[in-house]
Design a binder for this molecule. Structure first.
Ligand code: NCD
Length: 301
């Protein structure tokens, strides 16, 4: 059976938590056993926007399950000759591949493909909307830290308007019972926010109440031309400095999906300090992507 993952909002809390528990089982499984799970399967990577960790992490996850990855070189493809995304995907599928992991600059591009393709479609980030596996890996990081998220308060800070990570994190965290606060200046707020999620403009008064803070990069490439964001003012108000970190209770952790703009939303000492879970997040990405690939591919062939 072919199963798509386009966003977390459409799958529900139960499935989200199931992927997270399956990720824990898969990461502890002996290699020889794990490699049989999706043996013989083929996953095509179609990344139309830059990616470091997501792409490599999906690739490692597929290999660990015994599947093969075909990396589609979008620069050297007929997409550059005006072939539509749909025709490109249909052409690849005609070769008998099983799943497509896609990153695209336009919102809903994976949803559209999922309606019209034979193989599974897994969203690796669409525009400003969703990045479901990032939501899952961030949730796994928090659950590994705190056991459960009931009564926990998490702030997502910075360019939440253009961040697809924010879009998926807030669904993932609220599904596990956490309280989520989005912290941003008015011009960087987002609209697709589920009930219960609140906005704050000021970060400092919140800090003593937090269990975790997720810092986000300003998505310069997506800022409207008319929005002249003043970086200095942003830094003064939102940068996670050592002084701000000291205001978060001692058990509180720091997260960031990467790529970081050091010196803007976060300083080196915090990013590399003992309360940072940034590299732990990366490690967990492989585990949740194995869970999603297994679910989507439905086993070996
Ligand atoms: C992000 C993305 O591409 O959505 N990175 C990631 O996948 N971990 C965040 C970003 O680009 O800022």
């Amino acid at each position: 059976m072919t199963r798509h993952l386009v966003d977390l909002a459409s799958v529900g809390a139960e499935m989200i938590l199931e992927w997270v528990s399956r990720a824990r089982v898969l990461r502890d499984m002996p290699r020889s056993e794990r490699e049989k799970i999706c043996a013989g399967r083929e996953v095509v990577h179609l990344f139309l926007e830059p990616s470091t960790r997501t792409r490599v992490s999906f690739e490692i996850a597929a290999h660990r399950l015994g599947a093969r990855v075909i990396d589609f070189d979008t620069e050297a493809s007929s997409l550059q000759k005006g072939e539509s995304l749909y025709d490109t995907v249909r052409t690849i599928e005609a070769m008998g591949t099983d799943a497509l992991v896609i990153r695209h600059g336009e919102n809903h591009a994976p949803n559209e493909l999922a309606k019209r393709t034979r193989g599974a479609v897994i969203n690796a980030g669409d525009g400003t909307r969703a990045h479901p596996t990032q939501g899952l890996l961030d949730l796994l990081t928090l659950l590994d830290e705190f056991g459960d998220l009931a009564g926990r308060k998490i702030a997502i800070v910075g360019d939440v308007k253009h961040s697809r990570v924010a879009g998926s994190d807030l669904v993932a965290f609220t599904s596990a019972g956490a309280e989520v606060v989005l912290v941003a200046p008015p011009e960087l707020r987002r609209e697709d926010v589920p009930p219960g999620v609140t906005f704050e403009e000021e970060l400092d008064p919140l800090l003593p109440t937090l269990d975790a803070i997720v810092m986000l990069r300003i998505q310069r490439e997506r800022l409207d031309a008319e929005l002249a964001l003043d970086t200095e003012a942003f830094v003064a108000r939102y940068q996670l400095s050592e002084a701000r970190l000291a205001m978060i209770p001692a058990h509180g952790i720091v997260m960031h999906p990467g790529p970081m703009n050091r010196g803007v939303e976060i300083v080196d000492a915090v990013a590399d300090g003992p309360r940072s879970r940034i590299l732990d997040q990366v490690g967990r990405g492989v585990a949740v992507r194995m869970a999603v690939l297994e679910w989507s591919l439905g086993g070996a062939r």
